[in-house]
Design a protein around this ligand. Structure first.
Ligand code: CO
Length: 146
């Protein structure tokens, strides 16, 4: 297992539109991507880009709004109506090696490895096995963070 950069922090929100206004007007964000649907994960997503640093892409805030009744983040928003931090996402160079590493330690992986919001393979590790944090592991994009 080779730990890569912190790619993004996933933040659940009842309204991406309202959150975009917040990040623009309160936080001074100037680079926010257009929202798009990820129907297979039951979410609508957009990214708030923080500035680049030392030639690396800045860590992103991934805003996540539920899409459809079976959305995986409905339960989270029921418990946290304002939204809030939902997961953290670290990059790794090799997703299959990382999965085998976590499995070898008995960490519970949630579902199959699948294509995530950045178009690269991802999986999630159970928060109870990860110091209370739902943890997304994502293969480093070959050509930048998008
Ligand atoms: Co994510």
């Amino acid at each position: 297992m080779k730990l890569g950069r912190l790619n993004h922090i996933g933040v659940a929100t009842p309204s991406i539109a309202d959150s975009i206004v917040h990040y623009r007007e309160v936080m001074g964000a100037t680079d926010i991507t257009e929202p798009f649907d990820l129907p297979e994960q039951g979410v609508k997503v957009c990214f708030v880009n923080t500035p680049t640093h030392s030639g690396m892409d800045g860590t992103q805030i991934e805003l996540i709004e539920p899409l459809g009744e079976t959305s995986t983040i409905r339960g989270f928003l029921d418990k946290n109506p304002l939204g809030g931090q939902h997961h953290v996402c670290f990059e790794v160079p090799d997703i299959a090696a990382a999965r085998a590493w976590f499995e070898g330690q008995g960490k519970r992986i949630l579902g199959p490895t699948r294509i995530g919001a950045h178009g690269t393979p991802i999986f999630f590790v159970h928060p109870k096995d990860m110091q209370g944090m739902l943890t997304e592991i994502m293969e480093t994009p070959r050509d930048g963070a998008h």
